[in-house]
Design a protein around this ligand. Structure first.
Ligand code: UFG
Length: 331
């Protein structure tokens, strides 16, 4: 039996691949290398360069590799880009997921784990940590494209006896504490990655998008989860499905928010480097505050975060970024 990881050459996907290997799983990766890197895939993993939406390729892979579970990471993940190029998001996150789910249904793969996002909630109607039963009202095409896939998976699962877990990620950051993989994306847009690049002199300055939000210090607030805790939640989800579990949808976060300004201060302190911060206008699609209520995940699969510590998240991100600088693995 093999676990098929789509997007396994990317940031979160490559951490998942290591997590699965640490649990002695047989792993197959499909990745079109549009944003991932072949070198991020460990030895011993079967790599197929191709598209998660290519039904013929996925069906062939399922049969050749005896796939019993699909963990679906492949997709586009930049909120502002989704505002300027929405059809790219409906193609990569919705249409291709539809084909992947169809291939799973046709081939009888009945265990499916889907990377969803906190962006499905949009701007919460109430303050405080968001529960999974909150209103789903995405504010960006990115969030809509993922919500459409949630709905498709739910309906297809009912019709075709697929058991599934959908995990709604809050802000994923940091890198493997053992230094085996990290976020290598070129032209990164995510806060902690960009701030680490600025701290290490890879960028001349950092632009903060909006300091006039109705939050404590005027900058946006996010719930940052260490990528290793996130993939550990997927491992728990896999065990849940293997034990015959039916389905659930859960938030992945620590139930605690930090503002963009707090993150910048932490990056400066942990790195020991100062860098220029430029106050800029708000970015389209940004929500003022997004914090998870992570109770359901803990209660459904006994998930216990190990790295709930912003300093540690940032330290591991900096360690990886320094390695990229010395290895010139990314631009
Ligand atoms: N930010 C800056 N400057 C930057 C980069 C980011 O000020 O150079 C700010 C953003 O404006 C935002 C915050 O930092 O207020 C976080 O932005 P990110 O781009 O790091 O992340 P997002 O919150 O936009 O989106 C991320 C993931 C989504 C997920 C969402 C859930 O990309 O998949 O978190 O909170 F849905």
């Amino acid at each position: 039996m093999s676990v098929l990881v789509t997007g396994g050459a990317g940031y979160i996907g490559s951490h998942m691949v290591w997590e699965l290997l640490d649990h002695n799983e047989s792993v197959t990766v499909i990745d079109n290398l549009s944003t991932g890197f072949k070198w991020a895939i460990p030895e011993g993993v079967r790599f197929i360069e191709g598209d998660a939406g290519d039904m013929a390729l996925v069906e062939k892979t399922i049969s050749a590799r005896k796939v019993d579970t699909i963990i679906h990471f492949a997709g586009s993940v930049v909120v502002p880009e989704s505002v300027s190029d929405p059809l790219k998001y409906y193609e990569n996150n919705t249409a291709k997921s539809r084909n992947l789910i169809a291939a799973a249904a046709r081939m009888g793969v009945d265990q499916f784990i889907f990377s969803s996002t906190a962006a499905v909630y949009g701007e919460p109607a109430t303050t405080g940590p968001i529960r999974e039963d909150a209103i789903l009202n995405p504010m960006s095409p990115y969030g809509s494209s993922k919500l459409m896939t949630e709905i498709m998976l739910r309906d297809a699962a009912n019709a075709h006896d697929i058991r599934y877990v959908m995990l709604r990620y809050f802000n994923v950051a940091g890198a493997d504490p053992k230094g085996r993989t990290g976020q290598s994306t070129t032209g990164a847009t995510h806060l902690i990655k960009v701030a680490c690049e600025a701290a290490l002199g890879k960028r001349p300055s950092f632009q903060i998008f909006g300091t006039d939000y109705d939050t404590e210090d005027g900058s946006c607030v996010r719930d940052f989860i260490h990528v290793s805790d996130l993939v550990a939640a997927h491992q728990k989800a896999l065990e849940f499905l293997r034990e015959g579990g039916l389905k659930f949808t859960a938030n992945c976060g620590y139930s605690r928010g930090y503002s963009v300004l707090e993150v910048l201060e932490t990056v400066k302190r942990v790195s020991g480097n100062n860098f220029r911060v430029i106050e800029s206008p708000r970015r389209p699609g940004d929500i003022p505050s997004l914090v998870a209520n992570a109770h359901r995940l803990k209660s459904r699969v006994d998930w216990m975060p190990k790295y709930d510590d912003l300093d540690f998240i940032i330290q591991t991100a900096l360690d990886w970024e320094s390695r990229l600088v010395s290895n010139r693995k990314s631009a």
